[in-house]
Design a binder for this molecule. Structure first.
Ligand SMILES: NC(=O)c1ccc[n+]([C@@H]2O[C@H](COP(=O)([O-])OP(=O)(O)OC[C@H]3O[C@@H](n4cnc5c(N)ncnc54)[C@H](OP(=O)(O)O)[C@@H]3O)[C@@H](O)[C@H]2O)c1
Length: 270
């Protein structure tokens, strides 16, 4: 895909998981990739591995992007070094398992920080420069941005805020080269079903399962990364995968009652 050749691409959350796959796909397509995450050793390992598999130099910056000044500092450092940013990919995010009735406001605040403010901090710092270059933004949300789901209330809430912010960016700033909202279902990975062991321990069957028990098979991360880049290059506004999930959102628009019934049917542990 020549489209990404020599583009300056910042990928937050680029040391692991989906962010790493997107970073690898961008480097393979010829982009100059800069990874952002907190753990420096993981960043170094990811940059080396992506470089070795694509032949492209990969740079990185260590920062906690939930801190607005740290995010602004990273964006400024990249602009100073590379002259600007062509694509900002906000992938940082995390889920947890919790019953709404037992969830503290502090847990909501922490989920808002990682899933919403992280993207706002980086985007707002980069925005004027992105507009000047007709740069792009890709924000990774989740199917959870569009539907309630048991045991992931703060995740649903914070990803919905990210989706609203992404829609606002796209609508209010047509001068950007493109704004893509990505809403994937569960993504296949080696530690699926293990990651929420701690927060899910007391929550019963299904709480640890990928997607908190949704009846969907995991998306292939490599294929998903490719689809994300294709959709952004084609100027798409939204990528929802698997596509069949969109039916639920159509139903919700007309009958939330029917939507709730469908959600129960699609939960393995209802
Ligand atoms: N996994 C899924 O099934 C799935 C499904 C739908 C949507 N998503 C979304 O896809 C995105 C990636 O998920 P994933 O599961 O692939 O992630 P992951 O493997 O847990 O990786 C998270 C990445 O973000 C970095 N990170 C975390 N907190 C950070 C912070 N405060 N500042 C800077 N970097 C930070 C991590 O590195 P450090 O810890 O070193 O900072 C790491 O590089 C998330 O937004 C997630 O909500 C995931």
């Amino acid at each position: 895909m020549d489209f990404w050749k020599n583009k300056i691409a910042v990928v937050t959350g680029g040391s692991k998981g989906l962010g790493r796959e997107i970073a690898r796909a961008l480097a393979a397509a010829g982009a100059r990739v800069i990874l952002v995450a907190r753990n420096e050793a993981d960043l170094q390992e990811a940059a080396d591995a992506i470089s070795a598999s694509t032949g492209q130099a990969v740079d990185f910056h260590s920062a906690d992007v939930t801190d607005p000044s740290a995010a602004a500092h990273v964006i400024e450092a990249v602009v100073n070094e590379y002259g600007g940013i062509d694509v900002l990919v906000n992938v940082v995010g995390a889920s947890l398992r919790t019953k709404l009735v037992e969830t503290s406001p502090e847990t909501f605040r922490r989920q808002m920080a990682i899933n919403f403010e992280s993207a706002v901090n980086c985007t707002q710092a980069a925005l004027k420069g992105l507009i000047a270059r007709r740069g792009r933004v890709i924000n990774v949300a989740s199917l959870a941005a569009k539907t309630p789901w048991p045991l992931v209330g703060p995740y649903v809430t914070s990803k919905a805020a990210l989706a609203a912010y992404t829609n606002q960016l796209r609508f209010e700033i047509p001068e950007l080269g493109g704004v893509l909202l990505v809403c994937p279902g569960p993504i296949r990975r080696a530690d699926s079903g293990e990651r929420y062991r701690e927060s899910a321990a007391a929550l019963g069957e299904g709480a640890q399962a990928p997607g908190a028990g949704v009846k969907l098979s995991g998306l292939d991360p490599d294929e998903l990364a490719r689809r994300v880049l294709q959709a952004s290059a084609a100027g798409k506004r939204e990528l929802v995968l698997p596509r069949k999930a969109q039916w639920l959102f159509f139903v919700d628009a007309f009958s939330p009652r029917l939507g709730d019934w469908l959600r129960r049917r699609f939960n393995r542990h209802r």
